[in-house]
Design a protein around this ligand. Structure first.
Ligand SMILES: [Zn+2]
Length: 53
């Protein structure tokens, strides 16, 4: 199970459909030992998480 969420700094912020701000970022799900196990979309403004399937 992923334990941490890390915003990918090299990615561009996208427009969030919930709050309308361009603060929707790609975030990586990282385990304790540093393995990236997935990614999700996370808005840093409203903290709405958009899980990609
Ligand atoms: Zn938002």
């Amino acid at each position: 199970m992923p334990n941490r969420i890390q915003i990918a700094p090299e990615t561009q912020a996208l427009a969030c459909e919930h709050c309308g701000r361009e603060t929707l970022r790609v975030a990586r799900l990282v385990t304790d030992d540093g393995h990236v196990v997935g990614q999700t979309m996370l808005c840093t403004e409203c903290n709405q998480r958009h899980r990609e399937r």
